[in-house]
Every structure is written in C-alpha cells, then in structure tokens.
Design a protein around this ligand. Structure first.
Ligand code: BES
Ligand code: ZN
Length: 636
C-alpha cells in the first residue's frame, strides 16, 4: 500500500493482536481502503501496528560472535506516521531476543531512553515488543542480542562445512523467522530498505540480500545497502569462508572455496535464464543476480533472497539437471520480490506465479520437452499431496489463522497456483497473457498485494474485456475451493509416454531391467520411471534395477530420494546404508520429511529412523528439526 493511501485508513487495524480485526464494512476506513489500488490486509501472523506507525528503513549493526552463537548489536528503525498520525505506541515482532536497551530520537542525533515491554512468548508468533515513544519521534534504536537457538539462524561448526576449518552462519527468514534475529514489523506488507554493518572474524566474509561486491576486501568488516524496499522475510545474511566465481557481468556464484568452481559450471546458464525472463516479463530490476550455495544443512532447496538466491548444494548434480530450482528462485525476482504476497494466506501469489514463470524460463532455455516434463512431475506431486490433505488446506486463499504459516507451504500454492495461470494462458493465448503479466508486474512493482487485489486486477485487465473467454475460467473455484477444477489444464509429455511403455515391457517380463531403453534418459525421465513403478516393488526387482543402473550409488539427490523411498517401501535392505548416509549428509526438508515419514510407518523402521536421527539431529537446521521431531515423536 502506498503511504498516501494510508491516510484515510489511518485508524484501521492491521494486526489482529493489536486490535482484533478488520474495520466493520461500510466504515469510512473500509471504504477508503477498498477504493485504493492496494488494500491493507490483516496479517494474523504479526503483532505489529503498521497502520499507526510504519517502519520504512532499518540500519543494522552487528558483531557476529561465533564462539557464543550470538548476533549482537543494534537495529535502528526509521518511522513514518500517516499524515496527522500521533501514535506513541510501536509494536514490533520478536522471538527469543534479549533486548538490552531501547532509545528514541526526533532528529537522529539526540537519543533518549524509551520504555518498552516484552510480552510472554507465544510458541508460533514470538513476543510482541511494545515501545512507548514521543509522538514526534522518527527513529527508534534497539540494542539486542539473539539466542543460540534463534529459529532463523543456523550456526555451523567447522565439521559441518565443506572446508571443515572455519564456522559458518546463515539466516532463513521466510516465513516469520526474521523476528528471531531482528526486531521489526515482521509482516510481508511492510516494505523496508536497509543498511547493515557486519563485523566478523577477520578470515571470514559476509554477504547479504543487498549489494555484494565480488571484489570486496576480506577484512572482517562489511557494509551493505539494500536501496529497494523489500519485505522483512527477504532480509538475509551469510558468513563463512566464501569465494566468488563470475558467470556473467551481472551474475555469479558465492560458495565455500571447495564448491565454488563446480557451482559456477552448474549454473553456467544463469545469464541466459535472466534474459529469458526479461524478454517475457520486463527488466530484471535488482542489478546483480548471484547464487550463494550453502552447506548441506540448508533446510530448503532455494530461497529467493533478493540479489542473492540461497541454494542447497543438493542442486549440484554435475549435469545441470536440477537447475529448475535456480530458474524458480530467479523467477521470484518478479513474482514475490517485486510483487509480494501481503499476508501468508496470499502465499500462492508468490509461489504459483513463480512456478509458472520458472517453467516459461525452462522452456526458453532448455526447450518445451524439458518444461513439460517438469509440469507433469509437478502435477503428480500435487495430486499425491491433495490425496492426503484436509480440504481446507487445498484452498489457494488458505485460512492460516492460529497456525504456523509454514503449514501452508504445500504443493497447493505452488502447483495449483501455476495451473490456474496456465489455464489463463491457454484460454487467452500467450500473447495476451504475457502482456497482462508484464502489465501486472509494472503496476504492482515494489508493492505487497492480497489475493483480492490480484483477482480485481485480473478481472479488470483480462477477464472483463472478454466475457466469453472469461466464462471458461472458474476463478472463484480456483481461489476459494478445495481440489482441482475439472477444467484444469493437463500437461502432457510424449517423452514420459515412452518411458511408461518401457516400464510396462519390463514389468510384464518381456525384457530384463538391463534392456530397458534408458541410455538417454534425463533425470526427469528417471524420476518419472521410478514414480510409475508399483509400490512396494519387492526386493527382487529393486535388486535387479540396482544391478543394472546402480541407483543406490546415484549422486543425483532427486533420484536418490525417489529410490530410497522405494527401498523403504519394499524393504530393500541393500539400500539402507545409502539411506543412513543420505539422511546424515544433508538437511533439506523436502527429502528429510518423506523419508522419515516412510520409515516410521513400521516399528522396525521407526527404530532405524531414531538411530539415524540421533546422529543427524545436531546437524540439522532448527526448521528441519521442528519438522522431523514431529514425525519421529522426538522427546515424547
Ligand atoms: N520461497 C521458497 C522457500 C520457502 C517457502 C521458505 C516457504 C520458507 C517458507 C522458495 O522459493 C522455494 O519455493 N523453494 C523450493 C524449491 C523450488 C524449486 C520449488 C524448495 O526449497 O524446495
Ligand atoms: Zn518459491
């Protein structure tokens, strides 16, 4: 929301905890909000009160204390009140922070102590920090320290890194973990610019989701500036023995030294991907695009931190076969980072749009065949997930009140969201739909929007002008109802049809596994093959496949994950050493979750899971630990 538009809505409550909900319909505030391009939304995952006082900019100053696993320093927030606003109460989100001192200032040069109170911690949302300020104060400075268990930080000891000699720190702020390392208005509808000064041990290097200078002198003191307004979940920091390898003039790779050259080869097509996206959806607006390859405990595949995507090393297959992940994070430079979900119930706007763009990038760079295979695999994931989800979680515009926003990160926002956009493309034609999307990114650039904002814009700019075509799109059903609409697009892959034919020949005993025509199969074809096999396949057939294709020794993480799932279901003992190795060598939640879930289905498997987890748990990220604890019943 632009600040001007906030004027009339000044009295509106944004935070549930602060004042309990939306203004009643028909009130002046509600009318003013609905007339605006972008309406204010209630964020049930934040205690903050941005309608009364809004944080516009943050100056950060930290010491990175590896010996204590603590980040200590100050956050100085620049404040803005709506015209005529006199609010004296600023509510911030925090979790597990030790607040040492709070000061306020009118001019940024003289500071006075400010009274504050920290609410009792709530498990998911943390503690509201309420600060009392003079009504003309424009800045507040908070001296604080994080705790070693901060959910948004992972402190790695040297053995957990590639180089094994020095420690590593990285952050993960999405969805609501920024508050565990910075006191702020941790809601995606509050956009801020930031500056940071970071002091580290002299031999380490810090990077952030900001301007990173590939030539920076490694001296233990690093300055950053992010001049573009971003939501708090995109603030990111990493510190370690990092080096840089360029891919093009504006793109490159950061990683620990032993990893960086291989990563640059894997991501050699970055510049081509950026150009493909620019041709489709308008200029890349963030200057540099670099990828930071993290140590293996990074709990996600990728995270779209602006200017600096964070990525798992499990994407480094050696043959570029898993780079869809980078296309995905790059696509967020438009969907998500430029036009952002206003609340976590609008998460599908970020992810569905991103998956759609990801596949358009793949198509341009690697061809239709590859893009369609990814689309079919995506739809398979969605169908499989929906089979187990409660109906309320199959809704794009999901109600997440009282829940952890990460609960909403299923295949539904990703793949169902992407299918809706694909239906729009197929119905209106590429030319019109691309023009629409380009206009959408220009119109909402650097703003945070709700599902309603999107639907309103869609109606006005694509649907209403062509009622006949529009009648084929059940928008309301897509957005507000469970399941997949009957008219949904059906991605199809001829390559996969051939894989299925080969699979049948083997399963029917017409040929041995070694004669399956798999010589030229891509990773995607292998995945389709493995997924299409019956479960359980039985140890005999597993062994036959393994002999022919050495699947237990695959170094491709996606294939390994699929293979190990089958091994667990089939009781194929020969793959168990690889299972133990895989689960103790990386902490990517996408792989940990299904594998541990499969294991705990039998008593013997559960024992095995616990034996592995006992060893692995100290190496996993807090976010992954929370997930696996639940699956194996840790501590119960
Ligand atoms: N933004 C997400 C990661 C995320 C989502 C972190 C929700 C925290 C909460 C990122 O863009 C993403 O979707 N990553 C995927 C990979 C992608 C190729 C689907 C992942 O990590 O698996
Ligand atoms: Zn994403």
């Amino acid at each position: 929301m632009r600040y001007g538009e906030l004027a009339a809505a000044a009295m509106m409550c944004l935070a549930a905890a602060a004042c309990g909900g939306r203004p009643s319909a028909g009130s002046p505030a509600a009318e003013a909000a609905s007339a605006a391009t972008v309406s204010a939304a209630r964020d049930v995952h934040s205690y903050a009160n941005p309608a009364e006082i809004r944080v516009r900019h943050v100056d950060l100053d930290w010491d990175v204390l590896f010996d204590r696993k603590v980040l200590r320093g100050t956050a100085t927030l620049s404040l803005e009140r709506p015209p005529g606003g006199r609010a004296t109460r600023l509510v911030l989100d925090t979790r597990n922070l030790d607040i040492e001192k709070v000061e306020s200032s009118r001019d940024g040069s003289t500071w006075a102590n400010a009274a504050f109170s920290l609410a009792a911690p709530e498990k998911i949302f943390g503690s509201a920090l309420t600060i009392t300020l003079p009504e003309d104060s424009t800045r507040v400075r908070i001296a604080y320290a994080t705790r070693p268990e901060a959910s948004g930080l992972q402190w790695l000891d040297p053995p957990q890194t590639a180089g094994k000699k020095v420690p590593f720190l990285f952050t993960q702020s999405q969805a609501i973990h920024a508050r565990s390392w910075i006191p702020l208005q941790d809601s995606p509808q509050v956009r801020i610019t930031y500056r940071a000064r970071v002091r580290t041990p002299k031999n380490l290097l810090a990077v952030m989701s900001a301007n990173n200078d590939p030539q920076v002198a490694r001296d233990g003191e690093y300055d950053f500036e992010m001049p573009q307004a971003i939501p708090s979940y995109l603030i990111a920091l990493a510190v370690g023995d990092l080096s840089f390898a360029p891919v093009s003039a504006r793109a490159g790779v950061w990683a620990e030294r032993p990893v960086v050259e291989g990563a640059a080869r894997e991501f050699a097509d970055l510049e081509e991907m950026i150009r493909a996206a620019e041709e489709l959806f308008g200029p890349y607006r963030w200057e540099r695009y670099d990828v930071l390859v993290l140590p293996p405990s990074f709990p996600f595949g990728g995270m779209e931190n602006p200017r600096l995507t964070f990525a798992t090393p499990t994407v480094l297959a050696g043959d570029k076969s898993l780079v869809a992940l980078v296309a995905h994070e790059l696509a967020h430079s438009w969907a998500g980072n430029l036009v952002t979900n206003a609340t976590w119930r609008d998460f599908w706007l970020n992810e569905g749009m991103t998956v759609y763009i990801e596949r358009r990038i793949l198509e341009r760079v690697y061809g239709t065949r590859r893009a369609e295979m990814e689309a079919v695999l995506g739809l398979q994931d969605l169908r499989k997930e929906i089979a187990h989800l409660p109906e309320k979680d199959e809704i794009l515009h999901i109600d997440l009140s009282g829940r952890d926003p990460d609960d909403g990160a299923t295949d539904v926002p990703y793949e169902k969201g992407a299918l809706l956009l694909r239906q729009l493309e197929e119905t209106f034609g590429r030319q019109r739909f691309d023009r629409f999307l380009r206009g959408y990114f220009d119109h909402f650039a650097f703003q945070s929007i709700t599902t309603d904002d999107f639907v309103r814009y869609l109606r006005a700019n694509l649907l209403d002008p062509s009622p006949e075509l529009a009648s084929r799109i059940p928008v309301e059903e897509w957005v507000e109802k469970p399941g997949i609409p009957a008219s949904a697009p059906r991605p199809h892959s001829d390559a996969f049809a051939r894989v299925e034919a080969e699979t049948a020949r083997w399963l029917q005993g017409k040929i041995p596994a070694s004669e399956v025509d798999a010589g030229a199969w891509s990773t995607q074809e292998w995945l389709h093959f493995l997924r299409a096999l019956p479960v359980p396949l039985g140890s005999e057939r597993m062994a036959e496949l393994d002999r022919a294709y050495r699947l237990s020794a695959s170094s491709n993480a996606e294939i390994t994950n699929q293979w190990l799932l089958m091994a667990i279901a089939s009781g194929y003992e020969a793959a168990y050493p690889r299972l133990g190795e895989f689960l103790t060598s990386m902490g990517r939640r996408k792989f940990l979750k299904p594998l541990y879930e499969a294991l705990v289905k039998t008593p013997a498997g559960k024992e095995r899971a616990l034996a592995i987890y006992r060893k692995a748990r100290p190496t996993y990220h807090p976010i992954a630990v929370a997930t696996v604890d639940k699956i194996v019943g840790w501590g119960t």
